[in-house]
Design a binder for this molecule. Structure first.
Ligand code: HEC
Length: 295
């Protein structure tokens, strides 16, 4: 990410010249309202199962028909994600490879702010329990990603990231190794895509990509910085992302809301072995689950 590095370097020069620490606005995150969202471990619960078209462990998704008719995941599940994650991580449901000692859910504090040109998003959470497992991503102990949708991805408004989660994707039991996340009828030039932004702890940098007919980790130009750190047992990751960008970047405007979902890969995991949110709304000066107010 050349741009991120350049932005980081300029920021550092600025910080040195002014004798201040390199910090993204707002100056005091303690004053910004924090919304707590509990991520769940989803096991094998691809969209094909969500919609009720696929059985897993001989079971069909109880909410499939209502979801198809227009209910959102959060209408039914918002207050029970910790319990869902527990059932799945222990192998009671939807997980053919349960992992002993792994937490089923992670509560995350989400904060947002903007200055008229840049959106600042901050995620903080307690490091989940350690467990012994393969290092699927040996470079990165932790990754955090969020996706934005401008209302064009079918079902994203009601499902967060789930519209990109499929039974034939990499790391799924029936998956193909070369098949990444995708959305049905995804079309980058037609605007049918999720904007995907990620920070990776080992590489210690941000990636500005998108998901359309496939997941592309880079190529966007909206992300200006991504910084994260572990302080005691608490991770804090802050993104700065310009309202306007280029290809694969959702253009943000004050007064509007966007589909928003996010995920954390803990303990060197990759692919489906992450903690994910249900779908939420992010508002820019607009009432939503998470609202970025102007600072
Ligand atoms: C109309 C309500 C409804 C909607 C909407 C809905 N679900 Fe469900 N979901 C259910 C029911 C009912 C079950 C079965 C619960 C049980 O067996 O105890 C279930 C089960 C699940 C499970 C398995 C874990 C568990 O607790 O049983 C997952 C994962 C899940 N849903 C995810 C989703 C996601 C993701 C969405 C949106 C894309 C969604 N659901 C939309 C009602 C709903």
């Amino acid at each position: 990410m050349k741009k991120t590095m350049i932005a980081g370097t300029i920021g550092l020069m600025f910080a040195m010249a002014h004798g201040s620490a390199l910090a993204a606005p707002p100056a005091d995150w303690g004053k910004v309202e924090a919304k707590e969202i509990t991520l769940l471990y989803p096991g094998v619960s691809p969209m094909e199962w969500i919609l009720g078209d696929l059985r897993i462990d001989k079971a069909r998704h109880g909410g499939g028909r209502a979801f198809k008719k227009g209910d959102a995941c959060s209408d039914c599940h918002a207050d029970e994600t910790a319990e869902m994650g527990r059932k799945i991580v222990t192998g009671e449901k939807l997980e053919p490879k349960p992992v002993a000692g792994k937490d089923g859910s992670v509560p995350v504090k989400v904060q947002a702010a903007h200055d008229g040109e840049t959106l600042y998003l901050r995620f903080s959470w307690k490091q989940p329990a350690a467990w012994a497992g393969d290092k699927m991503d040996d470079k990165n102990p932790v990754k955090v990603a969020f996706m934005l949708d401008a209302g064009k991805v079918d079902m994203a408004e009601r499902s967060g990231c789930w519209a990109s989660c499929h039974a034939d994707s990499r790391t799924m039991p029936e998956g193909k190794d070369d098949k990444k996340k995708y959305i049905k009828d995804g079309n980058l030039s037609g605007g049918v895509f999720y904007d995907l932004v990620q920070w990776r702890s080992g590489e210690n940098k941000g990636f500005d990509g998108h998901v359309a007919d496939s997941r592309v980790p880079e190529g966007g130009s909206a992300l200006t910085s991504a910084e994260g750190k572990l302080d005691g047992d608490t991770w804090t990751v802050t993104f700065a992302r310009k309202f306007a960008g280029g290809e694969g970047d959702v253009k943000l405007e004050a007064g509007k809301t966007y589909g928003f979902g996010f995920a954390i890969h803990d303990n060197h995991t990759a692919g489906r072995y992450h903690y994910v949110s249900l779908g939420y709304k992010l508002g820019i000066d607009a009432k939503a689950d998470v609202t970025a107010a102007k600072q």
